[in-house]
Design a protein around this ligand. Structure first.
Ligand code: SAM
Ligand code: DTB
Ligand code: SF4
Length: 363
């Protein structure tokens, strides 16, 4: 199939860079839409390859924000227990297990409004360094961050930063009130400026209109560079959140959203994300056909259930899918020494030495 030369240089498809064109695309007869998306997918991606990416909640619950979908917001009464930050050792253990099960990417999530320059962030830096050393693509989703923090993460070997716009600017205020759409855009920009790849997408099934799904895609169309990776989540309606009674979306809506995203951003990785426990294998197969080339793997997302590794292995076998290797499209980032950690460690060692000397003098 001849590659459209003009398109090959463009990350946004010029045929679908307006609200009207995207809306008409989304509403096309389903199989026509899937066929068009599948045809585009084959121009830029190997249709048999699907990346398995695992999620790890390194700091769970107790978040100050009011995201209406989120079971980790402190103000809602959900079953999520607030936990202390994971240790670097347990992150390495979990990452090793995910890798042994076929995952080539690890996304570490923290229930934070924003990154703060404290010991917890120092720990994240060590986690990123350690997981990068395992030859996995490391992604973090830690809330808002400034450019210096993004650079520190990049320096540690971070591959991607996930920060979702979640929905359209119009619907955003119905979902979250404690931070602005603009804040989200700024963080994405900071990740870009630091040289990180950007993972940003959204959630469908929160009561939004189809126009809002398209509105979110338009926000990405309007960026200087669209995200390298676009996760499409179906709302996991969790008891205790304001969205607990949302009716589950139809699988067809997920397939339409995946296909529309694929066609709008031919080169981005479209990730079939939360909500797979409610989908049939056939429904997921149509998503892969329509251009999804990644799933979250392992029986837990951040706090909610996901199909286990064995179920996905069976699905890969039946559909003839192959787990995509890490760093297939980009070089592995280098881990460079972290000045702040080095200085803190040197200070701690000097203090320990002083203490030791003082003890000796007392004897
Ligand atoms: N606290 C950070 C933040 O909000 O950016 C990172 C973690 S947050 C849990 C990451 C993303 O998970 C959210 O932006 C949202 O898109 C997704 N998410 C959270 N709860 C969800 C749910 N119940 N269903 C589907 N997606 C969800
Ligand atoms: C994304 O878009 N989806 C993932 C990941 N990025 C961080 C998170 C899904 C969370 C689903 C709800 C939960 O398990 O808490
Ligand atoms: Fe906090 Fe992130 Fe959940 Fe919002 S989505 S409540 S910022 S953990």
């Amino acid at each position: 199939m001849a590659i459209n030369k003009k398109l090959s240089r463009m990350k946004v498809n010029p045929a679908y860079n307006t609200k009207e064109a995207l809306l008409a695309l989304y509403n096309k007869p389903l199989l026509e839409l899937v066929f068009e998306a599948a045809t585009m997918h084959r121009q830029f991606h190997n249709p048999r390859e699907v990346q398995m990416s695992s999620l790890l909640s390194i700091k769970t619950g107790g978040c100050s924000e009011d995201c209406g979908y989120c079971p980790q917001a402190a103000r809602y009464h959900t079953d999520v227990e607030v936990k202390k930050m994971m240790t670097v050792e347990s992150v390495i253990e979990q990452a090793t297990n995910a890798k042994a099960n076929g995952s080539s990417r690890l996304c570490m999530g923290a229930a934070w409004r924003e990154v703060r320059d404290n010991r917890d962030f120092d720990n994240v830096i060590e986690m990123v360094q350690a997981v990068n050393d395992l030859d996995m693509e490391v992604c973090c989703t830690l809330g808002m961050m400034n450019e210096d923090q993004a650079k520190r993460l990049k320096n540690a070997g971070l591959f991607a930063y996930n920060h979702n716009l979640d929905t359209s600017p119009d619907y955003y205020g119905d979902v979250i009130s404690t931070r602005e759409y603009e804040d989200r855009l700024r963080t994405i920009d900071n990740a870009r400026k630091a040289g990180l790849t950007v993972c940003s997408g959204g959630i469908i099934g929160m009561g939004e209109a189809i126009e809002d799904r398209i509105g979110m895609l338009m926000s990405y169309v309007n960026m200087e560079t669209p995200p390298d990776s676009i996760p499409i989540n179906a709302l996991v309606a969790v008891e205790g959140t304001p969205m607990e009674d949302q009716k589950p979306i139809e699988q067809w809506e997920m397939i339409r959203m995946v296909a529309t995203t694929r066609l709008a951003f031919p080169m981005s990785v479209v990730r079939l994300s939360a909500g797979r426990t409610k989908m049939s294998m056939e429904g997921q197969a149509l998503c892969f056909m329509a251009g999804a080339s990644s799933i979250f793997a392992g029986d837990k997302l951040l706090t909610t259930a996901n199909p286990d590794f064995n179920a996905d292995k069976e699905m890969f076998d039946i559909l003839g899918l192959i787990p995509k290797q890490s760093f297939a499209d980009h070089d592995k980032p280098e881990t460079k020494p972290d000045e702040i950690l080095i200085e803190k460690k040197a200070k701690a060692e000097a203090r320990a030495l002083e203490l030791e000397n003082a003890k000796r003098q007392m004897v």
